[in-house]
Each structure stands twice: as structure tokens, then as C-alpha cells.
Design a protein around this ligand. Structure first.
Ligand code: DC
Length: 228
């Protein structure tokens, strides 16, 4: 497909993909695709325009014409939908739940496909999602599947919310994570699963720097990055 190197990082929500992907992209000076944000933005656009979350044809049109931008302001990455700052709004549990619903619709996935591939630009791309290695970048030279137990992922999310001063219940977070896993792995199109040639890494007992180091070493073995 392309000679631009792509590192795909797939896995369930809360496995640390977002943090790890952005640290690696920063370290290598590569571009970053947060594909989950595109599903979150499609759902957000649907709410904004009064489109039902099961109206596949209307959602496909929204996905194809999504007006989004990812500027960096004062060193912080922002997300704009039709010029409106939705950086925080698309990160709520409710926004994640809506994203998971629109992401189960084949026409929405098709509508976002080319937009995702357009992120593949020199010098390289770190692509974070559920189907980066299986569907969007099947020829990527390095594919990783990051996992962690559902309990550990709920604990991490709980900690994140607490740090942000948001009230949360660990047991309801665990239930939400399990429901989202079920929907993401059982959908008929592009279900969450490791690519045949992906390396699976369980991060339950690994720190963020340990995971970053392992992935940089993998890229170095393929001659795509320096290990230091
Ligand atoms: O990674 P995230 O939590 O921001 O993703 C939000 C939802 O979007 C998630 O429930 C599954 C879906 N998604 C997907 O189906 N395919 C992707 N490549 C990325 C996300």
C-alpha cells in the first residue's frame, strides 16, 4: 500500500493505547491517528444534528462529511467539530458508549476508512484503534495488540476520573468496560481482534515506560527506529 512506516496499536478500551501511541509518536516524530476519536466525533455530530444513532444512512453521510480539526493550542491537543471545541465532550463515558454504537455500523466504518488512511504521511504513523492492523493498514510492518484485564482497565479509568475530580463507581466502570468489549468483539464488521501477524502485549503488570520501550525495541528490530 505504501512505504511509509506504520505502527498499528489495537486493543480494547483502557489498555493504554492512547497514552502509549502518543508517547511513541512524539518520540519518533511520527503522525498520530486516534481512530476512536473519529467514531466519537461521528456520534457527537449525530447528537448535534438530531440524527438517531441507528440511522445508518444518515450516519454514513455525517461520517463522510465530518468537519473536524486537531489543532495544538498552547502545547495542548484540541479537537474541533465544525469549529466548536469538543475536546472534553467526546471523552465522557456517554460519548464512548455512543461511539461504540455508531462504530458497529458497516456504512459508518466504510465512510471513515479513507479519512483514516489519509493520516499515513511521512515520516511515519502510529495508528491507534480496534481494526488498524486488520482492516485500515493491513500492510503495516509492525502490529501490536495491547490488552489488560478488564479489572485493571476499570481501575485505570477510575484513577483517571478521580485525578480529574470526577465521581465514579469502580463496579459500574467495570460493567461498562465489559459491555463495550462485548459489543466491539462481537460486531459483524471489523470486530476487535488481533491481526494474524500482530504481537500481543498484556500490559496488566507493565508500566507505561516499559510498554513504550518494548514497542520502540520492536520498531528498532525492523530498522524503523533507533532503540535509544
Ligand atoms: O478508543 P476509543 O475508546 O476512543 O473508541 C471509541 C469507540 O469507537 C470504541 O467503543 C470502539 C470504536 N472504535 C472502533 O470501532 N474502531 C476503531 N478503530 C476505533 C474505535
Amino acid at each position: 500500500m505504501t512505504s511509509i512506516p506504520v505502527l498499528t496499536i489495537d486493543g480494547p478500551g483502557g489498555a493504554g493505547k492512547g497514552t502509549i501511541s502518543s508517547l511513541i509518536a512524539e518520540r519518533l516524530g511520527w503522525h498520530l491517528l486516534d481512530s476512536g476519536a473519529l467514531y466519537r466525533l461521528t456520534a457527537q455530530a449525530a447528537v448535534k444534528h438530531g440524527v438517531a444513532l441507528d440511522d445508518e444512512a444518515a450516519l454514513e453521510r455525517l461520517a463522510c462529511t465530518l468537519d473536524v480539526a486537531f489543532p495544538v493550542e498552547a502545547g495542548l491537543p484540541r479537537t474541533l467539530l465544525e469549529g466548536e471545541d469538543v475536546t472534553g465532550a467526546i471523552r465522557t463515558e456517554q460519548a464512548g458508549e455512543r461511539a461504540s454504537r455508531v462504530a458497529s455500523l458497516p456504512a459508518v466504518r466504510q465512510g471513515l476508512l479513507q479519512r483514516q488512511r489519509d493520516f499515513c504521511q511521512a515520516p511515519g504513523l502510529v495508528a491507534d484503534g480496534r481494526d488498524m492492523g486488520t482492516v485500515v493498514f493491513p500492510d503495516a510492518p509492525v502490529k501490536v495488540f495491547l490488552t489488560a484485564s478488564a479489572e485493571e482497565r476499570a481501575r485505570r479509568r477510575f484513577q483517571q476520573l478521580q485525578d480529574a475530580g470526577v465521581d465514579a463507581s469502580l463496579s459500574s466502570l467495570l460493567k461498562e468496560i465489559q459491555a463495550r468489549d462485548a459489543r466491539d468483539t462481537q460486531r459483524s464488521v471489523a470486530p476487535l481482534k488481533p491481526a494474524d501477524d500482530a504481537i500481543t502485549l498484556d500490559t496488566t503488570r507493565l508500566s507505561i515506560p516499559e510498554v513504550v520501550d518494548r514497542l520502540i525495541r520492536l520498531l528498532a528490530q525492523k530498522g524503523l527506529a533507533s532503540a535509544h
